[in-house]
Each structure stands twice: as structure tokens, then as C-alpha cells.
Design a protein around this ligand. Sequence first.
Ligand SMILES: NC(=O)c1ccc[n+]([C@@H]2O[C@H](COP(=O)([O-])OP(=O)(O)OC[C@H]3O[C@@H](n4cnc5c(N)ncnc54)[C@H](OP(=O)(O)O)[C@@H]3O)[C@@H](O)[C@H]2O)c1
Length: 312
Amino acid sequence: MYKADDSRYDNGMQYERCGRSGVLLPKVSLGMWHNFGSVDPYERSREIVRFAFDHGVTHLDLANNYGPVYGSAEETLGRLMDDDLRPYRDELFISTKAGYDMWPGPYGNWGSRKYLMASLDQSLRRMHLDYVDLFYSHRYDPDTPLEEPLQALVDIVRSGKALYVGISRWPLEATRIAIDYLRRHDTPLLIYQGRLNMLDREPIDDGILQLCHQEGVGFISFSPLAQGLLTGRYLEGIPDDSRMAKAKFLRPDMLTDELMAQLRQWNDEAAAQGMSLAERALRWILEQQGVTSVLVGASSTRQLEQNLHCLA
Ligand SMILES: NC(=O)c1ccc[n+]([C@@H]2O[C@H](COP(=O)([O-])OP(=O)(O)OC[C@H]3O[C@@H](n4cnc5c(N)ncnc54)[C@H](OP(=O)(O)O)[C@@H]3O)[C@@H](O)[C@H]2O)c1
């Protein structure tokens, strides 16, 4: 039987208030997009999650379609709840999302009330949970009136199936409307999830980060290491066991000469400061005003351990 490390809150994790809310999130959170699906060895996934929790990483982020196969990362979490984490449920902040294609037909995608409600029910069954701490609209749906997903989020909180709500990848004006709508319906937007890293500064350039900061909404950065580009992973080629070699979201043609030169320069600058590139990349995000947490992925406990150095 797993027993969490007694020193999990004393070994370096820092917690940041999420916007103007009562919630504190760890500055480093763990995402389960890759490495926790049915194609991955359960014992390795288990080891990473245990390591995370033992080091104060209380926030685990999922989505209905994480795997592969779709749904299987949530099933892994469900198994972990049964095997290890149930006694610690109240110490965990678990999020899931709906917004991308999940099941066939017109009701398994985008932003309808029908989809969001049904998807959360499925997610709870897969994760063996009664409620999630945070439920996200995973993307903006340009063809559905904004009030529909927003009212669904409000009603989901009122139903007790989620404690807080968030949005991910919504454009600026829609985010402004969401903040206002949710506030007027007593369900303040807790957090915005967007891609922010040294290679992709869109949330800064388009004003989302500043809006969140002004409005008291937290911001969590996904793919903070640009899926591994902002680490030493690809500086000497493409390792066989890397995401670029295995998965479709990171392609070898992204490794242009220009990018490699930039990565090498950043790597050298980091080394001169006694840091790894990953550590520097994570520190850079955490230094931005308004950022609550970085949502890292990891295919080993060693990677997670290295990434936690950004808090030292
Ligand atoms: N809202 C959205 O639309 C959205 C989209 C994407 C992601 N997310 C969330 O963000 C989370 C993180 O995304 P991500 O996995 O792309 O994050 P990331 O931290 O940018 O990339 C993680 C990957 O980088 C490599 N890596 C990490 N640390 C390393 C280290 N110290 N040294 C060498 N390589 C290292 C590993 O890849 P290898 O497999 O090569 O080892 C790892 O799986 C996801 O799990 C998900 O929760 C949300």
C-alpha cells in the first residue's frame, strides 16, 4: 500500500494563489496528456504520479481525450485512485476538460451543453471520482452561442460535479465575455489554460495574460517546455524514445536550423548560470506577472525531478 512521503509539503514545493480565489496551486503541476494512456506501462505512470505527489505536486491535469487511446489517461487516474490516491483525495486538485473530438456523431465535440455535460459524466466514471476540482471548456466554439457552454459550466458547478471552472484556448474577446458572464452567475472563472513558453508568447502578445491578471483569474501554462524542445532532449538529434520519434504532435520538420541555433544559445546561457535549459525555460514562465503554475509533462521521474529544480 502506497504511503505518501511525510515531507511532501516541506521539500521545496511552492504554492501560488490562483487569481483572486481561495485556491492555492503548486507552481509546478503535472499534465497527463502523454505518458499516462493505455499504450504506456501502468507502473511507469504510477511511479511518476507518486513521485509528483511525494514532492508536493497536488495538481493533476487531464482531459477526456488524453491517452492514447482517448479516455485512457482518465482510466489510469481512476486506477491510481483505487490503488494509491484515494486516502489523499482531499489533498489533490484534479482537473479535466471537454472540447475536442471524443466520440462519434454530432454530440461528441465542441461546446454544446449536451456534449459538456455528458463528457463530464463519462470522465467522472473513468476516473472513479464523484467530482472534479476543476472542469474546463477545452476550446472556444465559434458556432455555438457563448452563453451555452458558459451556462453549462455554471450548472455543472451547481450540480456539485465540479468545484471550479476554467477555459482553455479561448480568444481574448470571448474570454472577456466569459469572465463577465461567469461572475454574474456566481461562478467566477478560476483559471485560464494557455500555451506560454519561451518559443510561444501568444498569451502575452494578445493580452490574455494581462486580462487574467487584471480580472483576478489564474493562468496556467501548458506545454511550458514546448513538448520537450526547451530541454536538452533534441540538442544532439532525435532520441528513439522521445515524443518527436513517437507522437504526432511534435514533428522532426520543426527542428529547423534557426530553431536549433536558438535552442543552443539558450542552452549555453542557461549552463553559464548553472541551470539546465528546462529549468531556465520554466523559470522564465514563472517570472511573468499573472502566471500561477506551469503544467509540465514527463515521461520519467527523472525528468520531473529535473524540472522541479526551477523552484530551487
Ligand atoms: N489545454 C490544452 O489544449 C493543452 C494542450 C497541450 C497540453 N496541455 C496540458 O499541458 C500538459 C503538459 O504538456 P506537455 O506534455 O506538452 O508539456 P511539456 O512540459 O512542454 O513537455 C513534456 C515533454 O517534454 C519532455 N521533457 C520534460 N521534461 C524533460 C526534461 N527535464 N528533459 C528532457 N525532456 C523532458 C518529455 O518528452 P519525452 O516523451 O520526449 O521524454 C515530456 O513528456 C499536458 O499534459 C496537458 O495537461 C493542455
